[in-house]
Design a protein around this ligand. Structure first.
Ligand code: AP5
Length: 241
């Protein structure tokens, strides 16, 4: 929890109300797993807000590093452009550092991590050393055939990670972010050719992670082909059970 002194006066009441609401929420440590375009990034901010968790999206963190040309970004760029996974060591390092931050004290929503069984094992070891564990894995089940239209129509606001869709979730004004009015962009890997590699990586390397957590009896299956508001309802019923 940050210092209240840093909160602008006009936002103070809202921030105090948020802190009171959040103080009553139980801790939750969640993983969202699903293929590219299945809706993880769409549902994450809603879960983050409703359950007072921190949202850690390895894809967003890596894209920011690529844009800033940091050593991490330089190492990650080639694999990302091809739709392949970056090395386990790079992303495990990112998450290890991020989950220790005070913003994640009440728990987290991991979006896009773990994506290999090695990452899952390392995550479990990190949490065990803190006396914590994963409470729930939300599996965004959806057929591959639906994903191309979702991916090629997606527009994002890079600074916030807000995501729109030309057909399914258009911004109020075409091409600009609803909140800031800044321009929206399309991701370099959001085209049909790179999507093919991303899906291959998902089926070969990430689906085994679902089996890994099935054995620990923490997986809940969602019908991610439904409209966004219905997926949100499914998420809510799983998390309040
Ligand atoms: P990452 O950024 O994680 O991409 P991804 O997993 O491929 O997921 P997406 O962001 O494409 O999809 P999403 O499920 O969030 O969909 P969204 O909600 O936006 O990873 C990118 C790259 O980084 C990887 O390829 C890899 O190289 C690297 N990387 C990241 N993490 C890594 C890791 N752990 N290990 C190794 N490498 C890693 O929805 C898509 C569109 O559909 C949007 O336009 C949205 O508006 C629309 N939409 C959403 N829900 C619905 C709905 N229910 N109905 C209709 N439209 C919908």
């Amino acid at each position: 929890m940050g210092e209240l002194a840093n909160v602008p006066v006009e936002d103070l009441m809202g921030e105090l109300m948020r802190r009171m609401r959040c103080a009553a929420k139980p801790e939750k440590r969640l993983i969202l797993i699903g293929p590219p375009g299945s809706g993880k990034g769409t549902q994450s901010p809603i879960i983050e807000e409703n359950y007072c968790l921190c949202h850690l999206a390895t894809g967003d963190i890596l894209r920011a590093a690529v844009a800033a040309k940091t050593p991490l970004g330089i190492q990650a760029k080639e694999a990302m452009d091809k739709g392949e996974l970056v090395s386990d060591d790079l992303v495990v390092g990112i998450i290890d550092e991020a989950i220790k931050k005070p913003a994640c004290d009440k728990g987290f929503v991991l979006d896009g991590f773990p994506r290999t069984v090695v990452q899952a094992e390392k995550l479990d070891a990190m949490l065990e050393s803190q006396g914590n564990k994963i409470d729930k894995v939300l599996n965004f089940g959806i057929a591959d055939a639906i994903l191309e239209e979702r991916i090629t129509g997606r527009w994002i606001h890079p600074a916030s990670g807000r995501s729109y869709h030309a057909k399914f979730a258009p911004p109020k004004v075409s091409g600009v972010d609803d909140v800031t009015g800044e321009p929206l962009i399309q991701r370099k890997d959001d085209n049909a050719a790179v999507l093919k590699s991303r899906l291959e990586a998902f089926h070969r390397q990430t689906e085994p992670v679902i089996d890994y957590y099935e054995k620990r009896k923490v997986v809940s299956n969602l019908h991610a082909e439904k409209p966004p508001s219905q997926v949100t309802e499914e998420v809510h019923s799983v998390l309040s059970a």
